[in-house]
Design a binder for this molecule. Structure first.
Ligand SMILES: Nc1nc2c(c(=O)[nH]1)N[C@H]1C(S)=C(S)[C@@H](COP(=O)(O)O)O[C@H]1N2
Ligand SMILES: [Mo]
Length: 166
């Protein structure tokens, strides 16, 4: 490596991880606010998202029977661990708060180990507020049937409006 290249490499190495990503602002309806221990933001230390912004992050389709809908459905949405990584989140727990102020905490370790999604759609249709939208925490019930238990159901927050990393 010549001197020029190593200088460039050093520049990138020192700059990349230290600099917080300056996110664009939503152009559509704001559906999610992420706050707490994050390094990327677009609104005074918080990260606000519209649907289009969430759609650009890594997605998963979870095809499963759940207690909330009849029969097997395809839930699709952003993988929460990827969303948190994108925001430079750090902490032990993440609290999901709903429009009706119901809240549940999910351990960071669980979010890192399981592809839990914030579902934006069911069978390709956007989730309306009357249909437990706009965002619904959906565990990968298709990967492990042991997830069908009351603790996990309690963490399955629907009508999610905000997420706090702590
Ligand atoms: N927004 C919201 N999500 C929620 C709840 C709630 O009251 N509000 N209850 C939780 C609990 S404790 C459980 S067990 C399940 C219950 O879902 P059900 O009322 O449809 O059986 O949803 C979870 N998600
Ligand atoms: Mo519950």
């Amino acid at each position: 490596m010549n001197r020029m290249m190593s200088a460039t490499a050093l520049f990138l190495i020192t700059l990349a991880p230290a600099t917080a990503v300056e996110m664009a602002l939503p152009t559509g309806t704001e559906i999610l606010e992420v706050n707490g221990s994050i390094t990327s933001s677009n609104a005074d230390g918080k990260a606000i998202f519209d649907l289009e912004m969430l759609d650009t992050l890594p997605q998963r389709v979870t095809k499963a029977i759940t207690p909330w809908y009849t029969g097997e459905r395809e839930f699709s949405g952003v993988i929460i661990s990827d969303l948190l990584e994108y925001l430079g989140a750090s902490g032990d727990n993440v609290t999901f708060t709903a429009l009706n102020d119901y809240a549940a905490e999910i351990p960071m370790e669980e979010l890192e180990n399981l592809p839990i999604i914030l579902a934006t759609r069911v069978d390709g249709q956007e989730l309306s507020v009357r249909d437990k939208g706009p965002l619904f925490v959906i565990y990968p019930f298709d990967l492990d049937s042991a997830l069908y238990n009351e603790v996990i159901f309690g963490r399955s927050v629907w009508q999610v409006a905000s997420v706090t990393v702590h």
